[in-house]
Each structure stands twice: as C-alpha cells, then as structure tokens.
Design a protein around this ligand. Structure first.
Ligand code: SF4
Length: 342
C-alpha cells in the first residue's frame, strides 16, 4: 500500500509566508522534522541532492515548493472542462508514461500554491463571464492534486468553494486513495470526483508510487457514499498480452465494489496510450528499464497540439479497444455514460 506522501525536502518562497496557508504549512513541516529551505523563486532551485540525473529526478519528485500562483489566467481544458484551475503542479507518482515528464522538463518538483483566495477570485470572474451557462473547472491538469491534499487541504477548500457557487463545477482525477479528509466536505453535488483506473498489469509495471487498483476502488466507494458524483478515467488504455481479460477483470472488480447508488450516475472517459518523440526520449532517460512499448512503427502518427505529432494505436486497434471496452461498460454499467474516447 502506498503511504500518503511526505516530502523529503521543502522549499518556501518568502511571499508564501504572507498567506495563512503558507505559514500553516511551514509550521506543519517544521513539526514533522522535514528540512526546509528558503528560495526567492522556484526557478532558483539548484543543487538538489543526488549524484546523477536519475537520483536528482527522484529527489525532485519528493520535493515540495510552497509558493504563489502568479499567472491567474487559466488555460482551457478540453474535452473534460472549460478551464484548468491551478492549485498545484507536479506529482510524487512515478508513472512511466506521465505527461508531466515532458511538460515539467527539468523542474519535476511539486509546487503547491497558497494564494488560494486569489485563484478562487479568478475562477469567479470566469464563471461570471459565462453565466448562466455552467463553467467546469478541471483541477488535475498539472498535478495529481489529491496526492498532496492530505497536507494542504486546498482541494477541500476548492470543493467547498464550488459547492457554494451557482454556475461552477469542479472536477479532478486521481490515482491516489487518500481521500478521507475530503469525505465531509460540503460539495453540494458540484464536484465530480474521478479516479484514474487501469488493469492490474499496467498499474504493476507502469505506475509505481501510486495506489493500487483495489485501493482506488475502495476510495471511490467511500467517495460515492459521501454523495459525490463519481467518474472513472480509463487511461492510458494500453495494449498488452491479455489486455481484454485484464480490462474485463478491472470492470468486474469495479462493479463488485461500488455501491448500487453510484452506478446510476457514473461517467467513463477513455484515453488510449499515446506518445510523442520528445516524450519517448524523456521516458527512456527517467525510466531506462521500462517495459513500455514505444515503437513508432507499430503506431499511427497523428497531428498533436503545438504541431508535435503523437503516436496513437492503428485504426483497427482503436476500433477494437472502443468496441471491447464499450461492450464491457454496457454489460456491467448499463446506466453509465461514456463521455469520450480519444
Ligand atoms: Fe503523472 Fe498522474 Fe502518475 Fe502523478 S499519478 S505521475 S500525475 S500519471
């Protein structure tokens, strides 16, 4: 079982101490006996412990920076929401295919932002712009926010903030099962709590440092009992020997462990595995022993964002994935909604 994350090293930006959450976190980490260093800005962080890239990368993944979110302009977040809401960046997990490896480049440490009120104000303005339309905010575009929230409770505040709004909804996704502190949050049904799930083979070989499937499903059951709308992202869907059996077993476990009520309002999002050439280079550097299949010749090339082509499965494989997994969902969760396959 993966224990709740505890940083090995903490950096604090001086301005963070002007905010109650900044002070609270520093006191908490001092009491936990964690080494705390000052930094004028996260960009100035140099000399992380470690003799080589491999070691430094691992230290960075367990380093937490307590700082401020300076850009309060939110990115868009299609297809799952209108905007990405930034509460944290980075993640302590070690999923071999994680998109953060390329987006965070040489700065893989985790950052938590303590100016939450300013972030909420910005969200308020975005909601007003679109009202009376609902505006959905995705909180997990740049991190696995649940994975650090037992320390910061930022997400809990966000859930309660959106619980009070008229036109806002919050969504996020996690591979972590440490959800107990979120169960009593006053969500008022305005937060969709999603878990990222995969079959046992994929979690075992490619998702070190995250909660196992049965732990995520147990957490999902608790979340459902707490009345949250629930969803699952099956991602990345990855073809390996026995994948059909693997995914069927995953859905069967889910069906067996979820309360009946939750099955009536369930969403599934499905994302096939893809990679870009830059991502392949980073993965091979950070996880040199990976079994992840990254052979361009076995894939179909597709235009991606920023003009960087991505490698997805070939058309007939995509059709097979779609029919197979849709079939499983229809059989086991007839009332669920599949939001998209990409
Ligand atoms: Fe990346 Fe999510 Fe894995 Fe964290 S849990 S390393 S954000 S894929």
């Amino acid at each position: 079982m993966v224990k709740p994350f505890v940083p090995q090293l903490v950096y604090v930006e001086p301005k963070a101490l002007d905010y109650p959450l900044g002070q609270e976190l520093v006191t908490k980490f001092e009491n936990m006996g964690i080494e705390i260093r000052q930094t004028t800005s996260h960009n100035q962080i140099r000399n992380l412990p470690g003799d080589n890239h491999f070691q430094k990368y691992r230290v960075a993944k367990s380093t937490l920076v307590v700082g401020l979110r300076k850009t309060l302009k939110f990115d868009t977040s299609k297809p799952s929401a209108e905007y990405a809401i930034p509460f944290a960046t980075g993640c302590m997990g070690h999923c071999h295919y994680c998109y953060l490896q390329t987006t965070m480049g040489s700065k893989p440490y985790i950052r938590t932002y303590v100016n939450t009120e300013e972030i909420f104000e910005a969200a308020e303005a975005y909601m007003e712009e679109r009202a009376p339309e609902i505006t959905r905010f995705e909180a997990s575009c740049t991190s696995d926010i649940v994975g650090i929230d037992h320390l910061t409770h930022t997400l809990k505040r966000a859930i309660e903030f959106f619980g009070k709004t008229e036109h806002g909804q919050l969504r996020f996704v996690t591979k972590f099962a440490h959800v107990d502190h979120l169960l009593d949050a006053e969500h008022n049904g305005r937060t969709r709590f999603r878990f990222s799930i995969n079959d046992d083979y994929i979690i075992k070989y490619f998702e070190p440092g995250t909660s196992r499937l049965h732990e995520r499903i147990e957490a999902a059951a608790k979340v459902a009992k707490a009345g949250y709308p629930l969803g699952f992202i099956v991602a990345p869907i990855y073809l390996h020997e026995g994948w059909k059996t693997g995914y069927y077993e995953m859905f069967e476990k889910l069906e067996a462990m979820l309360p009946e009520k939750a099955k009536k309002d369930l969403t599934f999002e499905m994302i096939q595995h893809r990679f870009t050439k830059p991502a392949k280079r980073v993965i091979e550097k950070n996880y040199p022993m990976t079994k992840l299949e990254l052979d361009e010749s076995k894939r179909k090339w597709k235009w991606g964002r920023y003009g960087i082509g991505k490698y997805v499965y070939k058309d007939e494989e995509q059709a097979d994935i779609k029919t197979t997994l849709h079939g499983y969902i229809q059989e086991l969760f007839p009332a669920a909604k599949v939001e998209y396959f990409t």
